[in-house]
Design a protein around this ligand. Structure first.
Ligand SMILES: Cc1cc2nc3c(=O)[nH]c(=O)nc-3n(C[C@H](O)[C@H](O)[C@H](O)COP(=O)(O)OP(=O)(O)OC[C@H]3O[C@@H](n4cnc5c(N)ncnc54)[C@H](O)[C@@H]3O)c2cc1C
Length: 407
């Protein structure tokens, strides 16, 4: 007899795994599907904000994260294009942990709660028939149909365009698929100001010869330069992660591998050049994603609920994408539980969930976009450090406005 799952979660990044863990813990027969195989390196600054830890705690995942021995990050340093620097304390301790470890850890937690995890499975389409969803999947060259009472889409911001294999030439073939029946255009609308962004990341170890100040640094550093910015912070085991967001149009044709794009980024900021001199690249840790689309506004529903980056992508410099992904997973799994119990009709679930997302996500998204344009402005970058010194409360207030506040 064909299994009808209570919930199918499409995409097993942080949002999908957290939702699957939560629903399986509540006793629902949950399947978590991802086209990739884990563990895998993923483009991310790997900075878990103080706000995200509150959500992790409510989701019962914080102890598991601490068990991975993340680095502790207490301040931020913004290196502007003009050469000026703004240093600010963080509102609480943040954690640095690789997505390689974090996502695999969340899978273990979801599996321990009873979720069935299937990797290497691409979701091709979803249809609602007689109150049940039929998902068409492709796995190992075979096509199959899976049925579920509820579906949660956690396929990330690049769910439609596809992620690129680490190190692959960006002009190469993409692996993505469309989930045609349900996806609206607004869900993937691209910011007109920042077309064609590419994200890259790589891990480094600190060279033995590096000065003590480099070894002990517990800040998240952001470097702004022409055509993009890069973030650097320590993760577990003393390693350092560098992630950069670059305007693809600005990258010379010869620099299309991850390491070449990172070298290009480094060459555009003298402070970053000095910083990287004390670091040694770790092989097989590179990842790239393109295009990176920054959202104009959240879109929480598209035939079924969306969570994580599928709802919206906040500018990466805010370091709050995972926090929003986890919070949307928390909100969605609470309402999914009520839907599955028969306490909510599909239409009520849609209304409630959309309202909650708009209430919590619209403001940080708007302010995040504003902060990104301010800090990336070559014109303003000369004045900003002085302004931040003159009005430190205003500077901190703006950063606070980009944060997710649970209501
Ligand atoms: C350069 C950069 C730096 C960033 N830095 C930070 C940071 O420091 N801190 C922070 O909090 N956030 C950061 N972010 C944002 C953060 O990475 C995302 O917000 C987070 O990964 C969202 O998680 P998610 O689970 O929604 O999506 P993802 O982690 O992208 O997971 C989506 C999953 O869905 C799968 N999938 C997609 N389509 C299908 C399909 N059709 N079938 C099956 N599976 C599918 C994918 O394989 C993927 O595993 C950064 C982003 C970028 C681009």
């Amino acid at each position: 007899m064909t299994t009808i799952y209570d919930v199918a979660v499409l995409g097993a990044g942080v949002a999908g795994s957290a939702a699957a863990k939560s629903l399986a813990s509540q006793g629902w027969n949950t399947v978590l599907l991802d086209r990739q195989r884990f563990p895998r390196h993923k483009v991310c600054g790997e900075f878990l904000s103080p706000e995200s830890q509150e959500t992790l705690s409510r989701l019962g995942l914080l102890d598991a994260v601490h068990a991975l021995s993340p680095s502790v990050i207490t301040s931020t340093s913004l290196y502007l294009e003009s050469g000026g620097v703004i240093r600010l304390p963080l509102p609480g301790a943040a954690l640095g942990i690789s997505r390689y470890r974090l996502d695999a850890c969340f899978h273990q937690e979801a599996a321990a709660a009873g979720a069935c995890i299937r990797e290497g499975v691409t979701v091709l389409s979803a249809e609602l028939q007689d109150g049940r969803y039929s998902l068409t999947l492709r796995s190992g060259g075979q096509t199959e149909v899976l049925r579920a009472r509820a579906v949660i889409a956690a396929w990330g911001g690049a769910g439609l365009a596809g992620e690129l294999l680490a190190g692959r030439d960006l002009s190469g073939e993409r692996r993505g698929v469309g989930i045609a029946p349900f996806v609206r255009r607004e869900a993937v609308r691209q910011s007109p100001q920042v077309p064609g962004l590419v994200g890259v990341k790589m891990h480094y170890r600190i060279a033995d010869s590096a000065p003590h100040s480099v070894q002990e640094n517990n800040a998240v550093e952001l470097y702004f330069f022409r055509g993009g910015y890069a973030g650097l912070n320590r993760v577990e085991d003393g390693k350092v992660n560098i992630a950069a967001l670059l305007n693809r149009g600005d990258i010379p044709a010869k620099s299309r591998s991850v390491s070449a794009m990172l070298e290009e980024a480094v060459s555009r900021h003298s402070a970053l050049q000095e910083r990287i001199a004390g670091l040694v690249a770790l092989p097989d840790t590179a990842a790239a994603v393109s295009p990176v689309r920054i959202s104009m506004r959240p879109v929480a529903w598209s035939g079924f609920p969306l969570i994580g980056d599928a709802v919206c992508r906040i500018p990466p410099l805010c370091g709050d994408g995972m926090s929003m992904a986890l919070r949307s997973a928390e909100l969605c799994s609470a309402s999914a539980d009520r839907y599955l119990r028969g306490e909510l009709l599909l239409g009520d679930w849609e209304r409630e969930y959309k309202a909650a997302i708009m209430r919590e996500f619209s403001k940080p998204l708007r302010w995040g976009r504003f902060a990104e344009s301010l800090l990336s402005s070559a014109l303003l970058s000369r004045a900003l450090p002085a302004l931040a010194r003159l009005a430190p409360r205003a500077a901190r207030g703006m950063i606070q406005a980009t944060r997710l506040h649970v209501r």
